[in-house]
Design a protein around this ligand. Structure first.
Ligand code: FES
Length: 344
């Protein structure tokens, strides 16, 4: 067995180093050195631990091509949870250093404050954090981040993006699609009620707003992929950020649309926000865009000659289609940020 030196460089230029044995994956070896890098599934299926190798040799273990395409792997893209070093490595991380945790992912207790239906098979779950050891309940997170919610008595965790913004009251809001037979969905349907407690792990994730001057920001959301977009848009509204901004929000059927009142409220607070509602298989009365949000994105990219920052959240097929549209219209890869949903 040999040990190699791994050098990480964050997007904002900070460097970190740790050692990794050749039989250990980079994500675990970093955690051993108390460098907790953004990740989610830890088994090569979500793409949350994507990075680029700029120097050195490595072997890449089995992974889902939806998490790392063959093309990206050929260009030096890796999944940290599936990469084993064969030499010293230099790695470029696609996020700033403040998203790296030192130590462990925070774990807290929270109580259910509300579960309300917001659309067909979709609920808004509101939790209130219990006070921590200093008596504070503050909810601190970056818009776009997620928490893992632990199914009580089962120790199984599911990741959900937050849809609200940081606050002093400890309020965490999530939009959750109820999946038939889904573990967390079953708990929500059958056992959850106001006051019931559960453990939350986070915040986590590197899918956050990127400060790129006043470059336009376009958000592309499929289904409950709307949650992190709402969080980011709410932050933009609270700070009255002037960037031109568009949201493409899509579902399969008209009845599945949700949070339309929230989007109207956001438009009032953020007057430059343009919202395109997209329905793939609409009913006859549908007046909005027919097709996926990736189709709507492609259409606007080709008719408007601008190269916005593009944020994508939803199922892998939507993300792939939107990334392809962005590439085809000349949007540089470093201006495209994504968070994929995993079947769970
Ligand atoms: S955490 Fe590595 S692919 Fe999901």
């Amino acid at each position: 067995m040999s040990t190699h030196t791994i050098e990480l460089t964050t997007r904002d230029g900070e460097q970190l180093r740790f050692n990794c044995d050749d039989d250990r994956n980079l994500l675990e070896a970093a955690a051993d050195a108390r460098i907790v890098l953004p990740s989610q599934c830890r088994q090569g299926s979500c793409g949350a631990c994507y990075a680029d190798v700029t120097r050195g040799d490595y072997s890449l273990g089995e992974h889902n091509p939806a998490a790392l395409s063959a093309g990206a792997a050929e260009r030096g893209g890796i999944l940290l949870c599936r990469t084993f070093p064969l030499s010293d490595l230099s790695i470029a991380l696609p996020f700033d250093h403040d998203l790296i945790l030192r130590g462990e992912i925070r774990r807290r207790e929270a109580a259910v404050a509300g579960i309300e239906p917001v659309g067909e098979n979709t609920v808004r779950l509101t939790l209130l954090l219990a006070p921590d050891e200093d008596g504070a309940s503050v909810a601190e997170f970056e818009p776009g981040q997620f928490m893992e919610l632990e199914v009580p008595e089962q120790g199984i965790r599911r990741a959900y993006s937050l849809s609200n913004t940081g606050n002093w009251e400890g309020r965490l809001e999530f939009l959750i699609r109820l999946q038939p037979g889904g573990l967390f969905s079953t708990w929500l349907r059958e056992q959850a009620h106001a006051g019931k407690t559960l453990t939350v792990h986070g915040p986590q994730g590197a899918f956050v707003l990127c400060e790129n001057g006043f470059r336009p920001r376009w958000f592309v959301a499929g289904g409950t992929g709307l949650a992190p977009m709402l969080s980011m848009l709410r932050r933009m509204a609270a700070f009255q950020e002037p960037h031109p901004v568009r949201l493409y929000f899509g579902v399969n059927r008209t009845e599945e649309l949700f949070c339309l009142a929230e989007l109207e409220a956001l438009k009032a607070e953020l007057p430059q926000l343009q919202v395109t509602l997209c329905v793939w298989k609409p009913n006859q009365d549908w007046q909005g865009f027919c097709g996926t949000p990736a189709d709507a994105l492609a259409q606007d990219l080709s008719s408007l000659n601008i190269r916005p920052d593009i944020y994508l959240c939803g199922p892998p097929a939507l993300i792939d289609a939107a990334e392809a549209a962005a590439r085809a219209h000349g949007v540089p890869g470093e201006q495209v940020f994504s968070e994929k949903f995993l079947p769970a």
